[in-house]
Design a protein around this ligand. Structure first.
Ligand code: G3P
Ligand code: MG
Length: 253
């Protein structure tokens, strides 16, 4: 297997509990705790601009309603994506992928971009996000520590990513081991599978390793569970608990 360029510990949605998830503020908070690798969710505005948001709709994390992907970036970029979290973050905007790339690249951080398409836009979202990610990382004036890792629960999104940026590494996200997952992962030529931590065990890691794939997990917030996974030899742990875990923690030696 090729050397794995990503840190073991990855902050979920930026540092998406201490600050509003998927905002630049969340990344800055994560960085202030020493984190150097981040996961975020990316989808497309109606005019094709990739931006960060977890849900299909705006309701939970902004004052607006309705499907986020039906609004233009000009509309989305004016929304308050921080006030729902706490007063301190009121006015924090939804970030574009461009803005996050600028921050991550300038600071030498690693990024896992979860392609989170608005339903029905899987292929197109994968195509555009991968194309833009490739452009942004290639244009960096500092040498990136690692290429962005593109992951998705949706195979069509990874297929789209493969079409426009075949050289960017891909990972299949798995909440369950649905029928055919392994063949799909192989067919998409992924470098890793990122599973719900509850389904990761010795057998699954061995199956992935035998195929030359890394095993990563989300979202681990319990230290006994983190230790179990570290002992198994997990390659990456996505966590919300950026103030309890240290990105230097390792039991692998
Ligand atoms: O990328 C791993 C994790 O973020 C997947 O779950 O729902 O938090 O995006 P979710
Ligand atoms: Mg995610």
């Amino acid at each position: 297997m090729k050397a794995w360029p990503y840190p073991l510990w990855i902050a979920h949605r930026g540092a998406g509990k201490l600050a509003p998830e998927n905002t630049l503020a969340a990344f800055r908070v994560g960085a202030s705790h020493g984190w150097r690798a981040f996961e975020c969710d990316v989808k497309l505005a109606a005019d094709g601009v990739p931006f960060l948001l977890h849900d299909d709709t705006l309701r939970r994390t902004t004052p607006a309603r309705g499907t986020a992907g039906e609004r233009s970036w000009a509309e989305l970029s004016r929304l308050d994506a921080g006030g729902w979290h706490s007063r301190a973050f009121a006015g924090e905007p939804l970030p574009s992928l461009d803005a996050i790339a600028t921050y991550v690249l300038r600071n030498g951080f690693a990024l896992n971009i979860e392609i989170k398409p608005t339903p029905g836009q899987e292929l197109e979202t994968g195509r555009v996000v991968a194309r833009e990610a490739a452009r942004l990382w290639a244009a960096s004036r500092v040498a990136p520590v690692a290429p962005p890792l593109l992951s998705s629960f949706r195979p069509e999104a990874l297929q789209g990513a493969r079409e426009t940026a075949p050289d960017l590494p891909r990972a299949l996200l798995l909440d369950t081991l649905w029928t055919g997952w392994f063949d799909v992962a192989r067919a998409l030529d992924v470098v890793a599978c990122v599973t719900n931590h509850k389904i990761m065990d010795e057998g699954l890691i061995a199956q992935l390793r035998a195929a030359g794939l890394r095993a990563l997990v989300y979202t681990v917030n319990d230290s006994a569970e983190a230790q179990r996974l570290l002992t198994l030899g997990i390659a990456g742990i996505i966590t919300d608990a950026v103030d309890r875990f240290s990105p230097g923690d390792s039991l692998r030696d």
